[in-house]
Structures are given as structure tokens and as C-alpha cells.
Design a protein around this ligand. Structure first.
Ligand SMILES: [Fe+2]
Length: 308
């Protein structure tokens, strides 16, 4: 039994020397400003999470990941087991936080009790006229140009120095379930897509991916869900027009099935737009997959060397 079971991704933290430049990039990416001061930039998606991306003024770099727990009581149980404290979370929406450090020294925050943000307006879903099933009858489809509409942070990927050690650490504390383990051979696993254990409640195929990377430990990417395929393509065009750095996409992954589009922020951190990913319950089990499955696509360009 794990100490607690986390429910979802919370937010990601970075540092950057120019918060205005980070803001311009994130607005092109489709996040919305919640707080912008001389020292800190806080962005959200259109969903109910009050915070999705936090940047503190400083030397550029990755500063940590956060997951959402079900309750403050869970935070108290976690803190007691870890010899940690439950503190106030100093971010819009408030709430409580337990701060831990994973085996590679990554900052991991577990949060609960945040006030829900009022959801922001999203483009209404428009049906598709499939070749053999017309769903949009006697009506046009118009998709106004602009950034994609990020709804929520969906998953984070961390490079780790010892996959098995990190897997144990995250599973023992937070209850993650393996969806797909990446094996080079039966004796050698290099990573796993892991989902939250929410019992019979559907959850994303992965909220966390741990990858044993030759690059050594560090941030790999964070992935934000957008409304649908039109929204993702709209966002692609906006980022391209703004001269942003496209890393990989548009394509459809094999593991997790989502349509993906990877971009770099002005300091080189990879952020993903995704839509149409798989959802599972706790009962849906675990699979084994290969590196080819991990880096292959169902359609779209092959993975650039920077993603391997
Ligand atoms: Fe991803």
C-alpha cells in the first residue's frame, strides 16, 4: 500500500531571467496569466485548476513538479510518514503543500485544498463530418485564429539516474500504477508511463513518466491538454507564426495514443500540447513496450535526436 494516492498533476515550476519573455511565450502557448509581478509569473489553463505553470525570477532552469492529493488529511499522513511538514501553499488558490525531494533531488510538491478557479470559456466542440457518418449537418465549421486553449496540465516527464529506484520512490508514496513499462530486455527497464490510482474513476494513461536517460537526471517535458485536434493545430500555427522553437510534431504517439506537438520555451524547456489521449481505470492493468513503441509514431514525423 502506498502512503497516499495522488489524483492528478498539479503544476510545474521554472526559473527564468526575463518574466516578460516567458509570459509572451506562454501566452502564445495558450496559458493565461493569473499573477505577474517583478518576481513571479503564475499561469493557468482554462479548467478549474488555479495554477498550471509557475516561473520565479532567477537563473533559467527547472524548479520542480507538483501533484494533487485528494485531501489535506492525505497531506498530513504523507508528512508524518516522511518526517516533513504541511505548509501553506503560497500560490493563487491557496491550499496546503508537502515538499519532498526525489532520489535525484528533484523538488516534488504534493498539494491539496486549493480553491477551484472559475473555468474560462472554451470554444464549443464542433462535430466532424466523417466519410461514413456526417455529424455536422447544414452548418459551417469556423475556427478563429489564435493560441490553442490549454485546459490543464496533464503529465510530467522526468529523467532519472536509476529508474527502479525512482519508480519505487514514486509508487510507494503516491500510488502510481504502471500503464506501459519500457523494456530493452526482460531484465532491463528504462522507464514507465504511470497513471494515478483512482479506482474506478477514469484517469489519463500517464500523469508521470520516469525515463532513465543517458543525459542524466533532469526535466524532460511537461504536457498540457488542449481542446481538440483543431485547437492543437491552431496552436501550432500560432507558435510557428510567432517564431517559436518547434521540437517535434504534429503526430500521434503509440503509447498513450495522444496527438502531440512539442515546443521549447525561450530557455529550452520542452512543453507539449496534446489531445485525444487514452484514459483508463485502476483495473486496466499494465503492459510492456519497447523503445521503438516509445519513440515511434502512428503518423507524423519521427522523433528528433533531442527527444531520445
Ligand atoms: Fe508527453
Amino acid at each position: 500500500m502506498s502512503t497516499i494516492k495522488v489524483e492528478d498533476a498539479g503544476f510545474v515550476r521554472f526559473r527564468a531571467p526575463d518574466l516578460g519573455e516567458m509570459r509572451r511565450f506562454l501566452e502564445d502557448f495558450g496559458l493565461r496569466v493569473v499573477e505577474a509581478t517583478d518576481r513571479r509569473l503564475v499561469m493557468r489553463g482554462a479548467g478549474s485548476a488555479p495554477v498550471a505553470h509557475v516561473t520565479e525570477l532567477g537563473e533559467p532552469g527547472f524548479a520542480g513538479v507538483a501533484f494533487r492529493a485528494a485531501s489535506v488529511a492525505d497531506l498530513e499522513r504523507l508528512a508524518a510518514a516522511e518526517g516533513a511538514t504541511v505548509d501553506d501553499l503560497d500560490l493563487p488558490g491557496g491550499g496546503k503543500v508537502v515538499r519532498l525531494s526525489d532520489p535525484d533531488g528533484h523538488n516534488v510538491e504534493i498539494v491539496a485544498g486549493q480553491a477551484k478557479a472559475p473555468p474560462l470559456e472554451l470554444p464549443s466542440p464542433q462535430p466532424w463530418n466523417l466519410a461514413e457518418e456526417r455529424q455536422r449537418l447544414r452548418a459551417t465549421k469556423r475556427v478563429p485564429a489564435g493560441p490553442a486553449h490549454v485546459v490543464r496540465l496533464g503529465h510530467m516527464v522526468l529523467n532519472v539516474s536509476d529508474f527502479r529506484a525512482s519508480e519505487r520512490w514514486y509508487k510507494d508514496r503516491f500510488g502510481f500504477i504502471t500503464s506501459d513499462e519500457i523494456q530493452v530486455s526482460p531484465e532491463l527497464a528504462l522507464g514507465a508511463f504511470m497513471r494515478c490510482d483512482r479506482g474506478e474513476t477514469l484517469t489519463d494513461h500517464h500523469t508521470l513518466f520516469l525515463a532513465q536517460s543517458p543525459k542524466g537526471p533532469g526535466f524532460n517535458h511537461a504536457a498540457f491538454e488542449v481542446v481538440d485536434l483543431d485547437d492543437l493545430m491552431l496552436g501550432h500555427q500560432r507558435l510557428k507564426d510567432a517564431g517559436r522553437h518547434s521540437e517535434w510534431g504534429v503526430g500521434r504517439h503509440i503509447l498513450g495514443s495522444q496527438v502531440f506537438d512539442y515546443w521549447r520555451d525561450p530557455w529550452g524547456h520542452t512543453l507539449e500540447h496534446w489531445t485525444d489521449g487514452d484514459v483508463f481505470t485502476a483495473a486496466d492493468g499494465s503492459s510492456v513496450a519497447t523503445l521503438q513503441d516509445l519513440l515511434g509514431v502512428q503518423w507524423g514525423p519521427s522523433a528528433p535526436p533531442t527527444m531520445a
